[in-house]
Design a protein. Structure first.
Lengths: 754, 227
């Protein structure tokens, strides 16, 4: 190596290039394009730096400016979302959102996607997605108490779908089960638009003392920068960039950019971090997730307005000969970066060594406003931080609104309501997910009051009377038909699911999964959905406190359905005052809350029975949603309600069947005059709930007092469903259809393999 | 009753076990796997989880932890030892119980309520139950498929050492969730002071969380240690 490759310490921006060398040559435009930057972004780098970066520096720029880290296509629109409420402690921008849930407790939660890796390598992709979101939550000082997820797979008939389901479900279980964090809820749906680009969104909810939240903002020049957790390897290099590009059909060639998870190490990291957090040692902490050491160090120092100097020779590595570029861009899992208070190193080291984890002081905070990296005794990177964190391009991409669809009228009736119900209950989007959630430990820690399969999971909090309710929801076919309405409906559906168990909805986290934002019609979907989300959140006092944007979900130019998944969290003041969907007692009255016009446009009935994916989705009345939800909560709290279920996909009769199967009790129903029976049974009108009660008069009066429509629909009892005294549909046949589809589908794969 | 719960790196149901013991008046001492000394205890509980990440083989590494030597000594002295789930796997790996736990026959992790038949009430862990009683208790494991050779199986049967079997509430149903031989869910050692079982009685003590059929096991321990 020649001498001029070793610049003096403190080399400034005028320096032609920090430590370029054979392993770290000056970058070219070709490199920049390969790293995912656009030609104009490369020009911006040159201009803002005033020189040509070397390869390590370019790598840092390209990940910090990637869609994944910079939100450059969505930022302008995300700014319009409501993020504040008196109970919000910390909104978007940190590792996760934080809300006050009373008694000195805070709930910390976030949802995040791991779509591209899960398509390439389903087990590891899904597992590390779960590991990553749990780190985001415990980084802030919370013990994770629950995991949820939202999954989208392609057409069940597609040859890859089984393999992807099997791998993703095993991966989610493999990681969460080992961590001892119950996986309590989620949703799974199928559509051919996900054939080449599945969605794996993972959500974690944690609990921390409200006065002991840990943030990423660094302070105190001279304070040590500590690396803890697993060693750094060559896995996942440039994962954030991969997550910011479309797939071509050679996606499998990207397998080396998928990380490998080790939940055992993460369990140790969790316990060690929480132990250290109970002492007064940490200034700031951030997990090494997407873009690894690069984003954690740049963001911590950048948020604090400071600089950071790292000696990469001190980074624990598990492979020899790793370059600075590889160390900085690695996305090896189960690693954390911390800034400690002066003198706290010995305490911290003792804790991490007891848990048999790596602990290394790899640098110091500085006042330089720069990131300076040394490797092999040379300066290999010397970049100013402001361009990395503040000057990432923000695009106002052109967007065209989605054309409104006509309202579908006069859908023909089925040969028999019972047969149509049977088909719907066994269709891929409505069939039981038991095969999935039985692979998740949903009971560990012993707080699960409502297990998967209900409207929302309910978990009691340790040592408290209160409980948290949580759910994930989105109806992509509505979002495709009308993004603004679909975005709002996703929020409202979580609201309804939380109200249906008796919880007061407090805040949401959002995972915006869309196609290529450079296409105006896709950008139009994103803009429309965000607008709808914002409107619903404002109308319901239900702010967004954290989230994630996943764009470029396209393969071979075909985009996914717009899928803005919402994770909602609500509070139940006393865990004994909540409701579940199962019918409880024969003789209870079944009441229907909300109006039914029999809206079949964009419904599952239209798709599954008529084979038509068309029509405008059902309209949404946000003010009515709020009134209806508040009434349901009040009725549950007063102890009037024996069962409650919101009406969603598939409509009223599907919801009745779900309540019947859960309680192993049938029902006799009388439909009112008005809409045709199949419209009443399967219409997807919004704002509706089914309630059962032993005291229908009191409940009807309460609704009337608030001017909310409610009718008596029938009575619980028997072992079948009957409508207007017609043919009975037995619970046994519904159960066979409902429980049979997914295991039968998955076992067919096994049978074929044997 | 004085109790201790052993914590290995990767244990994850130690809090569930501690909460159940506390509910029966015996809040346990939590003992770190690298300790050599056990606190004076009437009951040692090895909890569920993924000790050492289940790497190598479930329970195999934990069985060689320093604390396990003390657990063996205590068992030899007649102290009660209860291994649940991963704890059962550790007890078979350390030789305190015969047989092995294989991958579930389905090759999948499974978490759900199962039905268990109490096969014997003649042990300090099951004396509060009636033999033949059917319980509902959850399971959560990927490697619960108990296997033992024929001679061992015969001994277990002849010596009344099968504590629990999976069963179906319906005539002719199997109810076996993992393919274990002879539907075995839990077994005793010769001296009847060591019990290993795959299901989680500690998650079946609170009516708000479902079944309370696990209470009998803790009640048995309270009675046995008071006697």
């Amino acid at each position: 190596m020649s001498a001029n490759l070793n610049p003096p310490a403190g080399a400034g921006p005028q320096n032609p290039a920090a430590g370029a060398g054979p392993q770290n040559p000056l970058a070219t435009e070709k490199d920049a394009l390969e790293f995912g930057l656009k030609p104009d972004e490369w020009q911006h780098v040159l201009k803002s730096l005033g020189r040509t970066p070397n390869l390590t520096e370019l790598g840092i720029f390209s990940v910090m400016w990637s869609e994944h880290c910079s939100y450059k296509s969505s930022r302008k629109h995300l700014r319009t979302l409501p993020t504040e409420a008196p109970w919000v402690i910390c909104g978007p921008g940190e590792n996760a959102g934080v809300i006050d849930i009373g008694e000195g407790d805070a709930a910390i939660f976030k949802i995040e996607s791991h779509n591209h890796p899960s398509f390439i390598e389903p087990y590891q992709g899904a597992a590390t997605g779960v590991g990553g979101i749990m780190r985001d939550v415990f980084t802030m000082g919370a013990r994770p108490v629950a995991n949820l997820n939202a999954l989208r797979f392609g057409d069940p008939a597609h040859p890859k779908t089984r393999h992807l389901i099997a791998g993703v479900v095993a991966g989610i279980g493999g990681y969460g089960n080992c961590m001892g964090v119950p996986t309590v809820g989620g949703e799974t749906n199928f559509h051919r638009s996900y054939n080449g680009n599945i969605l794996v969104n993972a959500m974690t909810v944690g609990i921390a003392p409200a006065d002991r939240i840990f943030y990423a903002k660094a302070s105190g020049p001279g304070n040590p920068v500590i690396y803890v957790g697993a060693k750094t390897g060559r896995d996942g290099i440039h994962g954030a960039t991969m997550a910011s590009a479309e797939f071509s059909d050679d996606a499998e060639s990207k397998r080396p950019t998928v990380q490998v998870g080790d939940p055992f190490t993460e369990k140790l990291l969790l316990e060690a971090c929480l132990e250290l957090m109970a002492t007064d040692s940490i200034v700031a902490i951030q997990d090494m997730g997407a873009a690894g050491l690069t984003s954690s160090s740049v963001e911590m120092a950048g948020k604090g307005g400071l600089g950071i100097a790292l000696d990469l020779d001190q980074v624990p590595v598990r492979e020899t000969g790793m370059s600075a570029y590889e160390i900085m861009l690695s996305e090896s899992q189960e690693r954390m970066l911390m800034i400690l208070k002066p003198g706290a190193e010995a305490t911290a080291r003792r804790i991490f060594e007891r848990w048999e984890l790596d602990f290394a002081t790899i640098g110091r905070l500085t006042e330089s406003g720069r990131i300076e990296l040394r490797h092999g005794g040379q300066v290999v990177c010397d970049l100013p931080l402001p361009p990395l964190v503040n000057e990432a391009p923000v695009y106002d991409r052109p967007h065209t609104p989605t054309k409104k669809r006509p309202v579908v009228l006069n859908v023909p009736p089925p040969a028999s309501l019972g047969q149509a119900l049977q088909r719907l209950m066994g269709c891929p989007d409505l069939a039981s997910r038991r095969w999935i959630w039985e692979q998740y430990d949903h009971l560990v820690t012993g707080h699960t009051l409502q297990r998967p399969g209900g409207d929302a999971a309910v978990l009691r909090l340790e040592g408290r009377q209160k409980a948290l309710a949580m759910t994930t929801d989105c109806t992509p076919r509505y979002c495709e038909a009308d993004p603004e309405l679909g975005g709002a409906q996703a929020v409202v559906e979580t609201w309804r699911n939380l109200c249906a168990v008796g919880a007061r909805p407090l805040a949401v986290t959002d995972n915006l999964n869309f196609g290529n934002p450079e296409k105006p019609e896709i950008m139009g979907q994103l803009v429309g959905c965000i607008k709808g989300l914002g409107e619903a959140c404002r109308a319901l006092d239900y702010p967004i406190v954290s989230g994630n944007v996943s764009l470029y979900n396209e393969t071979e130019g075909v985009g996914i359905l717009p899928t803005p998944v919402i994770g909602g969290v609500g509070l139940i003041e006393h865990f004994e005052r909540s409701a579940s969907l199962a019918f409880k007692r024969a003789g209870d009255a079944i009441l229907l809350l909300g109006d039914t016009a029999g809206w079949l446009g964009c419904s599952l009935y239209l798709r599954e029975i008529e084979g038509r994916e068309e029509g405008a989705p059902p309209p949404l009345d946000l003010a009515a949603e709020r009134r209806h939800g508040e009434l349901v909560r009040a009725l549950i709290e007063d102890g009037h309600v024996s069962a409650c279920h919101d009406i969603a996909d598939g409509g009223l009769l599907v919801a009745i069947a779900e309540m019947g199967l859960a309680g192993n009790l049938g029902a006799a129903l009388a439909f009112p005059a008005g809409p045709a029976a199949h419209e009443f049974a399967f219409g997807e009108d919004q704002g509706r709930y089914l309630l059962t009660t032993a005291d229908p008069d009191a409940v009807m009066q309460a609704a009337a007092a608030r001017g909310i429509p409610m009718i008596r629909l029938g009575t619980v009892g028997g072992v079948a469903l009957t409508v207007n005294g017609g043919d009975a549909t037995s619970l046994a046949s519904l159960r066979a259809a409902h429980e049979g589809w997914l295991p039968g589908y998955m076992d067919a794969a096994r049978a074929a393999a044997e | 009753m004085k109790s201790a719960v052993i914590v290995f790196p990767g244990s994850n149901r130690e809090r569930d076990a501690a909460a159940a013991l506390a509910a029966f008046g015996a809040p346990p001492a939590l003992v770190w796997h690298r300790d050599h000394e056990l606190p004076r205890s009437d009951l040692i509980l090895i909890p569920g989880g993924f000790s050492y990440g289940d790497y190598l083989r479930t329970g195999a590494i934990a069985a060689h932890s320093p604390i396990m030597a003390s657990v063996k000594h205590a068992a030899d002295r007649g102290v009660l030892v209860l291994g649940i789930c991963n704890g059962f796997q550790i007890l078979t790996e350390s030789g305190l119980l015969p047989g092995v736990l294989l991958r579930n026959a389905s090759l999948k992790f499974v978490c759900r309520d199962v039905h268990l038949k109490v096969e014997t009430s003649s042990s300090p862990f099951t004396r509060a139950y009636n033999a033949g009683q059917v319980l509902t208790v959850p399971i959560a494991h990927g490697d619960g498929n108990y296997f033992a050779d024929e001679a061992t199986l015969k001994r277990l049967q002849d010596e009344d050492r099968i504590a629990f079997r999976y069963c179906s509430p319906h005539e002719g149903g199997s109810g076996n969730p993992n393919g274990s031989i002879a539907d075995i869910a839990g077994i005793l050692n010769e001296r009847r002071n060591v019990l290993g079982l795959m299901p989680h009685p500690e998650n079946a003590v609170d009516p708000m969380l479902g079944s309370t059929d696990g209470r009998g096991l803790f009640q048995s321990l309270v009675e046995a240690l008071a006697a």
